[in-house]
Design a protein around this ligand. Sequence first.
Ligand code: 13P
Length: 339
Amino acid sequence: MIDKLNAIANRMVAPGKGILAADESTASIAKRLESIKVVSTEESRRDYREMLFGAKEAMQSYISGVILFDETLRQKARNGTPLVDLIKAAGAVPGIKLDTGAKPLALSLGETVTEGLDGLAGRVAEYAKLGAEFAKWRAVIDIGKGIPTHNAIHANAHALARYAAICQAGGIVPMVEPEVLMDGDHDIDACAAASEWALKEQFQELFYAGVQLEGIILKPNMVISGKKCAKQASREEVAEKTLKVLKRCVPAAVPGIAFLSGGQSGEDATAHLHLMNAAGPLPWKLTFSYGRALQSDALKAWGGKMENVAAGQKAFAHRARMNALAASGKWAQSLEKAA
Ligand code: 13P
């Protein structure tokens, strides 16, 4: 079993490719569509995702995997082809979001714990039948006055480890996503400290749960200044401090690390990934698993209109290509301007 899981994980972090996170929940995708004045319906959500997955150049050349929400995994394109088949036809690995969201952690100072473990083995079996070869579970760690606490870090790491074990037992690769948020006014060193703590705890819990590291993908945040922090760290500092924390915490047995973008601009997320890969060699593959940073330009260019599908796909292809280059340490700012 571990050989099969390791082979899937290696396809997910294939050289010069990365993952499209398109697993926004119904509530989150509604907000994205609202931003371009499109009402969120089953059909508009389908049209948007069909535009992305049908982008041949982007999907075939730069995308190794796509994370889906339950609805999308069951949806068909306008011509009746299951959307998951569009992804497979492009040579990318389909994945599924398995958590049911971050919920208030009882008796805490506003911290959360991610839920979704009950009945999970049955859901994994069903999703595997529907074509999912990997999964994702996102835990959220917030930085603020008196937080994160060990209670929140531990509860989330434990749930992620149980989820990861259930996925591996069911034959699919778990993406393990302990996200330290960049929403606060904390500085980059506070993010480094919280990220290191969360990752140390995470790998300890994965060990206790018997998870085989050769069959997981880590999906972490970058070490970065809080959005509201007056002092914003440079791109070089983000790359340096992120690598430092990852090298301290992530065993070389892990095949790959695929970052979330977390609210960074498209270009920042690309530049940070590029700088880290350019500083290699590294013990693991380092690539992207971006949602917003990969989709924002495409969403705007598409605007919910059939006549703009090609424009949306072109914007998606550009961002995907820039990130694919960054995954090889071959991106340059000048390539952005040229486009
Ligand atoms: P962002 O890149 O927009 O943070 O989304 C990635 C993701 O999958 C978050 O769980």
